[in-house]
Design a protein around this ligand. Structure first.
Ligand SMILES: NC(=O)c1ccc[n+]([C@@H]2O[C@H](COP(=O)([O-])OP(=O)(O)OC[C@H]3O[C@@H](n4cnc5c(N)ncnc54)[C@H](OP(=O)(O)O)[C@@H]3O)[C@@H](O)[C@H]2O)c1
Length: 257
């Protein structure tokens, strides 16, 4: 009964930015729950993407790894076409690819940097969701999970303004899509992680002084691990989350209380 609640047996999941960090942890959790997987990244650090795919295959799952930039429409079309050629359907989409490319106040932020941050975090999620949701409508349902951030819930004054704006807009995209897609039995939710120990957040945990400053704001007094985000994604992807849509779930050790 409990296993059934969280099982992804027979499901196909597409995870963007699945080669490392939070996306990789979600891919491993989904593989453990029985899903077959498509993982993508820009493949900036070969053989990271292929190594992750091999790790997932060694767990007995069918896995396709596709290099793709989520902000480039042709890459997205190729990614989804390859996923459908290989598996015939996509039941779960995790829009995890994202990041920040600069530290600057908004007044000093260059236009091209603003565009880049929006491209990765916002437009990429929009492009992938649009194509995959169209397939899910044909299939009769699905789940979309956006990896947002607590930075989209409270303004920061540390040079990550464009990132904050992109994640706040992503939260609204989640809720608009949840409303638009509910009649098609597609549930759309977001996870808002706080400080999670990955390559992306290295700047905040590798330096002891910055780490101490950041941890002061977290009630649990530590960074989270990528695996601690994966369980929430599994909940939202499985039968356990079957009446949840338009939700933004914080996973932040109490940072935003
Ligand atoms: N770590 C945190 O503290 C934290 C907190 C809140 C929210 N988040 C969010 O969690 C998500 C994952 O972050 P993370 O910390 O796991 O970062 P990470 O360790 O840097 O991993 C990012 C993943 O996304 C891929 N990626 C980046 N840009 C891409 C693009 N344009 N197209 C396709 N793939 C792309 C990366 O591979 P390539 O570089 O090879 O493309 C990698 O697989 C992001 O959306 C981030 O904003 C993280």
């Amino acid at each position: 009964m409990l296993e059934d609640l969280f099982s992804l047996e027979g499901k196909v999941a597409l995870i963007t930015g699945g080669s490392r960090g939070i996306g990789q942890a979600i891919a491993v959790a989904f593989a453990e729950a029985g899903a077959d997987l498509v993982v993508c990244s820009r493949d900036r650090h070969p053989p990271e993407l292929e190594n992750t795919a091999e790790q997932l295959r060694s767990m007995g799952r069918k896995v396709l790894a596709v290099p793709a930039h989520v902000g480039i429409k042709e890459d997205v079309a190729n990614l989804v076409r390859k996923a459908l050629d290989a598996f015939g359907r996509i039941d779960i989409l995790v829009n995890n690819a994202g990041g920040n490319t600069s530290l600057s106040t908004l007044v000093d932020l260059e236009e091209k940097t603003f565009d880049k941050v929006m491209e990765i975090n916002l437009k990429g999620t929009f492009l992938v969701s649009q194509v995959v949701a169209a397939e899910m409508i044909k299939q009769g349902g699905g789940r979309i999970i956006n990896i947002s951030s607590v930075s989209g819930l409270r303004a920061r004054n540390d040079g990550t303004g464009a990132y904050c704006i992109s994640k706040a807009a992503l939260n609204m995209m989640t809720q608009v899509m949840a409303r638009e897609l509910a009649p098609h039995h597609i549930l759309v939710n977001a996870i808002a992680p706080g400080s999670i120990r990955t390559a992306l957040s290295r700047v905040n945990w590798a330096d002891p002084e910055r780490l101490a400053r950041r941890v002061r704001e977290i009630e649990m007094k530590r960074f989270g691990e990528p695996e601690e985000v994966a369980g929430i994604a599994l909940y939202l992807a499985s039968k356990a989350g079957s009446f949840v849509t338009g939700e933004i779930i914080r996973v932040d050790g109490g940072e935003m209380i």
